[in-house]
Design a protein around this ligand. Structure first.
Ligand SMILES: [Mn+2]
Length: 367
């Protein structure tokens, strides 16, 4: 099929090197100014994942957050997990390798996010002390403070879930520009609550992947009363494992609750809970069923997880809300299937989140 496309191209395809237009570097290719053949060539090549420089979604790389409305960021961090599931720092590179194919329009919203606003690949957070989790969380916070100061909304790929703690220490609370000094509300997709505070550390990691949803509340960065944890499931070590979430004030919708009450009611709860407060979306891939997303850390196999359509529906239900950013975490490329399906799932979720933000910017309701 692809070969037929090439066969049908004029001779110059065979004789000329493909030169991406300089305009691609700005992220705004002037399609209408170019001959159709050049445009088609560009679209063809840009959609091939193995071609070219593997930035996230083939977005222009620009480390200055003041040049972007939405900043795509990699957070190659894995020592916050506390267990031996340490390959999560390979997540950003794995998504970079496939995400060119995700540079698409959003048919459901009827928008082209890439032309609706400025979306750049800001790069990876440099974590030169990666084996020191606490220092790394500080460095993540410093990095995102610069995005917050520049009104740049981050959509990030981790990394283990401890990165969300570092990110929201910058994005939520009295110092935050993106929230206007308010705490952030969370829409938290996960098989686990990550709200443990009855133990001081998780195998040495203090601001760990198991603690972030707790200390962000007690330190004043997250508003639990207007946040929702959804998709929680699994056979746990303690029958009281949800108590920390309840005592902090979170709404918890287990996967079995979702099955019982249905998607419509869940979306109503999310809407009522969050309203139009500043919202941050954090998406742990382990909320998906292992057959849907096999390459995750801390896999939960005993209860069926979400399908991809179910989480996409829930994500789209917050369309129009004031989303200050989001992340996708816990990708384990080293245990993914050979066709890298979990990296593609990560790309798909990132695309939904960035499209939600671009849609709000496009419709002019962004504050
Ligand atoms: Mn989890």
């Amino acid at each position: 099929m692809l070969w037929e496309l090439w066969e049908g191209q004029p001779d110059h395809m065979a004789s000329k090197r493909y030169d991406p237009p300089a305009s691609l570097l700005s992220g705004r290719p002037p399609m209408s100014d170019t001959p159709d053949s050049t445009r088609d060539q560009q679209l063809l090549m840009d959609g091939i994942y193995w071609y070219g420089i593997p930035t996230l979604f083939r977005a222009p790389h620009d480390a200055d957050p003041s040049n972007a409305d939405i900043g795509l960021v990699g957070v190659p961090h894995s020592t916050g997990n506390g267990t031996t599931q340490r390959d999560q720092h390979l997540g950003p590179r794995a998504v970079r390798n496939v995400s060119a194919i995700g540079r698409r329009v959003h048919n459901n919203f009827g928008i082209d996010p890439w032309n609706a606003c400025r979306i750049n690949d800001i790069g990876d957070v440099p974590l030169s002390e990666g084996n020191n989790n606490e220092r790394s969380i500080e460095m993540i916070t410093d990095f995102y403070s610069k995005l917050d100061a520049a009104d740049c909304r981050p959509v990030s790929i981790g990394g283990d879930h401890s990165i969300t703690g570092g990110i929201l220490q910058a994005l939520g609370g009295s110092e935050s520009k993106l929230t206007g000094g308010e705490k952030a509300c969370l829409l938290h997709f996960d098989a686990h609550t990550d709200a443990f505070h009855n133990i001081p550390h998780f195998m040495g990691a203090v601001k760990s992947a198991a603690h972030w949803a707790s200390y962000l509340v007690t330190d004043g960065h997250v508003d639990p009363e207007h946040s929702v944890q959804v998709g929680i499931r699994g056979n746990t070590r303690s029958l009281e494992w949800l108590d920390p979430s309840y005592s902090l004030g979170y709404e918890v919708i287990r996967k079995t609750d979702y099955d019982d009450i249905g998607a419509e009611r869940v979306m109503e709860i999310i809407d009522e809970r969050i309203g139009d407060r500043p919202l941050y979306i954090t998406f742990d891939l382990d909320c998906l069923d292992p057959t849907v997303a096999p390459g995750v850390a801390n896999i939960e196999a005993g209860i069926e997880g979400f399908g991809i359509d179910q989480v996409i529906e829930l994500l789209r239900s917050v369309r129009g809300k004031n989303i200050i950013g989001g992340d996708v975490v816990c990708l384990m490329p080293t245990v993914d299937s050979p066709n890298q399906i979990t990296s593609y799932r990560s790309m798909a979720i990132m695309f939904e989140i960035l499209s939600l933000i671009a849609d709000r910017i496009t419709t002019g309701t962004d504050p």
